[in-house]
Ligand binder design. Structure first.
Ligand SMILES: C[S@@+](CC[C@H](N)C(=O)[O-])C[C@H]1O[C@@H](n2cnc3c(N)ncnc32)[C@H](O)[C@@H]1O
Length: 217
């Protein structure tokens, strides 16, 4: 498998993939990936450059295509997410799966991220709310095309045959961005969308896309 935007490997999912993958490649624009202890191979470059390089290596017979490509909380940092998906498509074997997670652009958090990104205020606001995050672990936010219908459109444009989007709402994800006296809000919101069955307003998009068997874009 390949994890695009693998980062330094401190996230909870890295040990899980390290256990199940026979070969785990981590790719990231940020040099922190070189400290990622969970991956078998650390590649310090962009998804796009990796896609081209890996395809050339496959053509030369020195590398194999991947069964699984992941990009966890990377979509919202990419200015053109279809290009991210294309790079993932290009390194996947026929029948392979790509799995991505990103905040939903129509959840209040997603909407706020979009407005802050457009007005250039992300860093200022984050510095007030989560100073520890901005100093140690913050990447430029684009928050573009991260609604369920835009994701579907991008996935089809990138060549994927099947698109499955799971809408997930976990209040704990958003609590740390709010002052303590407002920590109840994400729970109230979550209960409200469950009662009204407005799943489309959930906080997180879990995206699974598949490449057709023998399919070429
Ligand atoms: C919020 S971090 C997520 C890291 C890790 N996946 C996690 O969930 O902890 C986003 C990562 O995506 C990387 N990234 C953004 N655009 C990228 C691109 N075009 N190619 C490769 N990595 C990219 C950033 O450098 C950063 O490490």
């Amino acid at each position: 498998m390949v994890d695009i935007g693998a980062g330094h490997g401190a996230s909870e999912y890295s040990p899980f993939f390290a256990e199940i993958a026979t070969h785990y490649t981590g790719v990231d624009l940020d040099e922190d990936v070189l400290e990622n202890q969970w991956v078998t191979e650390q590649v310090h470059t962009s998804a796009e450059a990796f896609g081209e390089r890996h395809q050339a290596a496959v053509d030369a017979g020195t590398a194999e295509l991947f069964d699984l490509a992941t990009a966890i909380y990377v979509w919202e940092h990419h200015p053109r997410p279809t290009e991210l998906l294309r790079a993932m498509y290009d390194v996947l074997a026929p029948g392979g799966t790509a799995l991505l997670i990103t905040p939903n652009g129509i959840h209040p958090f997603g909407l706020a991220s979009k407005v802050l990104a457009k007005t250039g205020l992300t860093d200022t606001v984050l510095r007030k709310l989560r100073p520890e995050e901005i100093d140690h672990y913050h990447f430029h936010v684009e928050a573009t095309q991260n609604t369920p219908w835009s994701v579907r459109k991008c996935a089809v444009e990138a060549g994927f045959a099947a698109v499955d989007i799971d809408l997930h709402d976990e209040p704990g994800v958003f609590r740390p961005y709010l002052p303590e006296r407002l920590h109840f809000l994400p729970d109230v919101y979550s209960r409200a969308i469950a009662v009204t069955k407005l799943d489309v307003l959930s906080g997180t998009l879990i995206i699974e896309v598949r490449k057709a068997n023998g399919h070429q874009r």
